[in-house]
Design a binder for this molecule. Structure first.
Ligand SMILES: *Cc1c(COP(=O)(O)O)cnc(C)c1O
Length: 378
């Protein structure tokens, strides 16, 4: 038997055009903070229907800056999902605020609006909902809660670029104050490392631009007085810039986003149909507008999930489990959270498995399906 390629749960798709776009930037005068970042931002904002897009070094930097722009600080509580990457809760802590976990729904692993309501105290300042796996979460209900309690919504759209919710693209901020994205290679499109914040608030956009570049500003009166070189640190910022090389790849990948999302939807539909005849597993149910960063199946029996994972691994299929609930990580356990605090997320975690989904998967998808069918036929 010919050696079969190892399949990951996700991977990038780099075209000749992408490579040429990057090479062209390498020959340009400015490798960072040149014209390409601004173009990428404009094109991204247009694509998701937001007024402003601010490019940053990665998705976690996007979360950190969004939390700072929201004004989260010591004494504030921010409600986060336990069924996500640790970066959401971590970013709240970077600002000195306290992440408060609220449990999820067992259908799609989304933060549950009722759990949000129960978690609200007089200290609550914000909510960070996640469009888990690329399924848009209940933003309409979350928005109502936020308006009632005057909370800032930072939507984590890292899984949901290209998805729509009630007709609005994720990133348009129709239901959030800011939305953040990551361009890590497993996401819908990549810049190697990279991130973006979108918003319709001009003041927040200006603040975010300053914060990603050391907090530097050029007050016109002082420039007139001192000279054209004058700039000053107006507040504590960071070097969270995206560079022009990355932005060139981003612009090129953005043009391919529709095709990437279409490919993911086709793969998801094929899996849905193949697994309908396997009673031991349930895919997360399809949802209108989903863009499928992940394809997640729930294995009815938790013990079997582990065996299936090992079986697929032995067949060269590197699936994953997204996620170990954030509140049970050692670091959060030290901060007082424990197993049993988020019963639905914990039970959800016991059954989930992410299997390969990415635009170049092609006919290898049948290998994944055959391996899963083979496991249950044994
Ligand atoms: C990828 C991801 C992040 C972090 O993005 P990085 O670019 O890796 O820093 C945050 N939240 C979610 C849900 C993600 O999937």
């Amino acid at each position: 038997m010919a050696k079969q390629p190892i399949l990951g749960y996700g991977r990038q798709d780099i075209s000749q055009g992408d490579i040429e776009a990057v090479a062209e930037t390498l020959r340009a005068d400015l490798l960072t903070t040149g014209p390409t970042v601004a173009r990428f931002e404009e094109e991204f904002a247009t694509r998701v229907g937001a007024e402003h897009a601010i490019a940053v070094a990665n998705g976690t930097a996007a979360l950190h800056l969004a939390c700072l722009a929201a004004g989260f600080g010591p004494g504030d509580e921010v409600i986060v999902s336990p069924m996500t990457f640790a970066a959401d809760a971590n970013a709240v802590l970077y600002c000195g605020a306290t992440p408060i976990f609220a449990d999820v729904t067992d259908t799609h692993g989304h933060i549950d609006p009722e759990a949000i309501s129960r978690a609200i105290t007089t200290k609550t300042k914000g909510i960070i909902p996640v469009d888990y796996a690329g399924f848009p979460c209940a933003m309409s209900a979350i928005r109502k809660i936020a308006e009632r309690s005057k909370l800032t919504i930072i939507q984590d759209g890292c899984h949901a670029l290209g998805a729509t919710y009630e007709g609005s693209p994720i990133g348009s901020c129709a239901f959030s104050d800011m939305t953040i994205f990551s361009f890590h290679p497993v996401k819908h499109m990549t810049t190697g490392e990279g991130g973006m914040i979108t918003t319709n608030d001009a003041e927040a956009a200006a603040l975010l631009q300053q914060l990603r570049n050391h907090g530097l500003q050029q007050p016109q009166d002082k420039v007139a007085q001192e000279g054209r070189w004058y700039q000053e640190v107006g507040q504590l910022g960071y070097n969270y810039r995206l560079n022009d090389i990355q932005a060139a790849l981003g612009r090129s990948q953005l043009q391919r986003l529709d095709a990437f999302v279409a490919a993911r939807r086709t793969i998801a539909t094929r899996y849905d149909e193949a697994f309908a005849s396997i009673p031991e597993i349930n895919p997360l149910p399809p949802m209108e507008g989903a863009s499928y960063h992940l394809y997640i199946i729930k294995v009815k029996d938790g013990e079997t999930r582990r065996q299936l994972f090992d079986h697929l691994w032995e067949h060269g299929i590197r699936c994953q489990v997204h996620y170990v609930p954030v509140h049970v990580h050692a670091f959060y356990a030290e901060r007082g959270w424990k197993s049993g605090d988020m019963p639905i997320a914990e039970e959800f975690y016991n059954h989930i498995l992410s299997i390969p989904i990415y635009p170049t998967l092609g006919s290898e998808q049948e290998r994944v399906i055959d391996a899963i069918k083979g496991f249950f036929d044994e």
